[in-house]
Design a protein around this ligand. Structure first.
Ligand code: NAP
Length: 283
């Protein structure tokens, strides 16, 4: 019987939750398969992708910074990869072609949509200027937010993101994007009803984000892409102030769900049971 082989590549990779999720789904759907974590540096990326492709793997997930570095090895990429400049999923075809997709966009959209249902989509603050910020921007533009304030430690990088989005969307871009230095965020908090953290700030070994979110508009939402720890200072502050909030765990599960679909043509279930298993892994 054929074994479906899939992997996640990255460095470090030991603590990735992806093998847990995908192996759970393979078992649940009774698919004979295996999802591994393979330590891969930027230097070894091309060699590893080619080797796994040759060895009959269905495809791989990629972590930072490989999502961006992998673009040069792709035979095909979809529009979202073009816009975000990042592919977190590679699909290997039977003919050995490599296709890149971005399912972080789907993951973020699926987890945000219920939180902002029936809410006015006026101004959102997005913190960060990397691949995840681009995925978030894509979704907020699709959802027709009127204004996005993009705050990054390096303002120039935020401005580059803005320029790329203007080029890619051309006249279809109806959202007004304003770039700011992260340290100047304070003056804009009161006009926003959504705040999204796409930086690693708040993760272990990183400083916390220090933003006074009390001034956010009433009925606001805070979305922290971090899921380890499950509760960053930003999430704790949101809870303390009665602000609707979520960490990045749902996003992680939904991006994985879509990746699984691309490799195996089956949509696995995102359930509370799976979420509890992952939460237990993190604690
Ligand atoms: P990236 O491309 O490396 O970008 C990181 C961004 O964070 C950059 O804008 C960087 O600012 C900023 N940053 C890094 N360290 C900082 C610090 N100490 N202070 C202030 N800003 C800092 O990474 P990415 O792909 O966008 O991913 C970012 C985060 O999102 C990661 O923590 C990742 O785990 C998370 N993520 C979660 C999911 C999910 O499913 N939940 C999916 C994707 C990503 P500069 O431009 O100034 O360097």
């Amino acid at each position: 019987m054929k074994t479906e082989k899939i992997a996640i590549l990255g460095h470090p990779i030991k603590h990735s939750l992806s093998p847990k999720m995908h192996n759970y789904w393979l078992k649940e759907l009774r698919i004979n398969g295996k999802y591994e974590a393979i330590k891969t540096s930027v230097r070894n990326l091309g060699k590893t992708i080619k080797k796994l492709n040759r060895h009959g793997y269905k495809g791989v997930n990629l972590t930072i910074p490989l999502k961006e570095k992998a673009l040069k090895y792709l035979d095909r990429k979809d529009r979202l990869v073009n816009i975000t400049g990042a592919a977190n999923v590679l699909i290997f075809s039977k003919q050995g072609q490599i296709e890149g997709k971005n399912t972080d966009v789907y993951g973020f959209k699926k987890s945000l949509i219920n939180l902002v249902k029936n809410k006015k989509r006026e101004t959102a603050i997005v913190i960060g200027g990397g691949g995840a910020a681009r995925a978030v921007l894509c979704v907020l533009i699709q959802m027709k937010y009127k204004k996005i304030i993009l705050c990054n430690r390096t303002r120039k990088k935020a401005e580059l993101v803005k320029r790329n989005f203007i080029e890619k969307f051309s006249s279809n871009l109806k959202t007004h994007i304003i770039c700011k230095n992260l340290k100047d965020i304070k003056e804009n908090v009161k006009e926003a009803s959504l705040l999204v953290n796409t930086t690693p700030m708040g993760m272990k070994k990183f400083p916390s984000l220090n933003i006074d979110i009390k001034d956010l508009k009433t009925n606001s939402t805070v979305f922290d892409l971090i899921y380890n720890p499950l509760e960053t200072k930003l999430i704790k502050e949101s809870k303390k102030n009665g602000i609707k909030n979520t960490n990045g765990l749902d996003m992680l599960m939904y991006q994985a769900q879509k990746s699984f679909y691309y490799w195996l043509n089956k949509t696995p279930r995102v359930t509370n049971k799976l979420k509890k298993i992952l939460e237990k892994e993190i604690k």
